[in-house]
Design a protein around this ligand. Structure first.
Ligand code: SAM
Length: 298
């Protein structure tokens, strides 16, 4: 894991973040860590997930499903000692976490402006959503996951390493305190904050013409919608029509929407995270290496 260059003092005590500035991710894959479906829970997870993805036209191979299952297992296991999520039942996690995370892949298939080897940032990744499922489903994308909580960033880093995900790197920092690079084709945030201030944190990381994607419920409160629209306008972000989808849920279909913005020239100016356009500290030297070296609130 890569410590963010401008992490706050209250983020500093994380020993993992401090110890490992730029790990090469070339260790052999531990095949034993990749799940073989077997137990009933695994079957429930895989059935629920494959049913949603098939409906969205997302085709994954058995190894990709196994990797998604392994990530889920790691989340459940670690959740015993660290508060990662409330959703741990296999069917719920498959739909409400993993499929939800992959809605961006369904949208991206409809958006020709996204490069085949997209450079993607997930702000506030928590247990690795959406970063890890996205990196598994789209191995050609280079995915950076950032979280302000050191233990969560360390969890994602460990898990991505154990799964052999060569297209994932992890930063421990708050997005608005790290020196942003304005290099990403896609900047994602799921269940992190209301649009205001969220857009302020995300905008400086996107390249001009890049997309900012906030995972939200279909309907925003009038307050959030109004404040979000005003902030987007101030930041020079152009909101697109977004991407609406439905997640099957026992208590009824959950209606979701990706709020999607395009960064225009000058966007993010004046935002706290926009204070630098240079590569972010020590991590900057790795930004074009990580493809090869690899693993190295609504
Ligand atoms: N995105 C994950 C998901 O959908 O399950 C995690 C959601 S969790 C509710 C919010 C996460 O965002 C936490 O892990 C928190 O540490 C992180 N976070 C909140 N604000 C942040 C910021 N400004 N920069 C980086 N991480 C942030």
């Amino acid at each position: 894991m890569i410590p963010g260059p401008a992490a706050r003092a209250d983020d500093a005590p994380d020993p993992v973040a401090a110890a490992d500035p730029a790990p090469a991710r070339e260790a052999p894959v531990d095949q034993t860590s990749i799940a073989e479906p077997g137990a009933d829970d695994d079957r429930v997870f895989l059935d629920a997930l494959s049913s949603v993805l098939a409906g969205w036209g997302i085709a994954l191979d058995p190894r990709q499903f196994s990797l998604l299952l392994s990530h889920f297992r790691a989340v459940v296991e670690t959740n015993r000692v660290m508060n990662l999520t409330r959703i741990v039942s296999p069917a719920d996690a498959a739909v409400m976490h993993v499929a939800d995370a992959l809605s961006v892949v369904a949208w991206a298939a409809t958006e020709p402006r996204i490069p085949a080897a997209a450079n993607v940032l997930d702000v506030g990744t928590g247990a690795g959503f959406p970063a890890v499922p996205v990196a598994i489903a789209r191995p050609a994308w280079r995915v950076t996951a950032i979280d302000g909580t050191g233990k969560k960033a360390a969890f994602v880093d460990r898990t991505a390493a154990s799964l052999g995900l060569s297209n994932v790197r992890v930063l421990h920092a708050r997005a608005e305190h790290a020196a942003s690079t304005g290099e990403y084709d896609l900047v994602l945030a799921r269940a992190v904050a209301k649009l205001d201030p969220l857009l302020t944190w995300l905008a400086p990381w996107a390249r001009v013409g890049g997309f900012i994607v906030a995972y939200k419920n279909a309907e925003l409160t009038p307050d959030e919608a109004g404040a979000g629209a005003a902030l987007a306008s101030r930041l020079g972000l152009v909101e697109t029509e977004g991407y609406s989808y439905i997640l099957p849920d026992e208590s009824g279909p959950a209606r979701r929407r990706l709020r999607i913005y395009v960064r225009g020239p000058g966007a993010g100016q004046g935002a706290p995270g926009a204070r630098s356009r240079r590569p972010h500290g020590r991590t900057g030297t790795r930004t074009h290496q990580h493809k090869e070296r690899g693993r190295g609130r609504r």
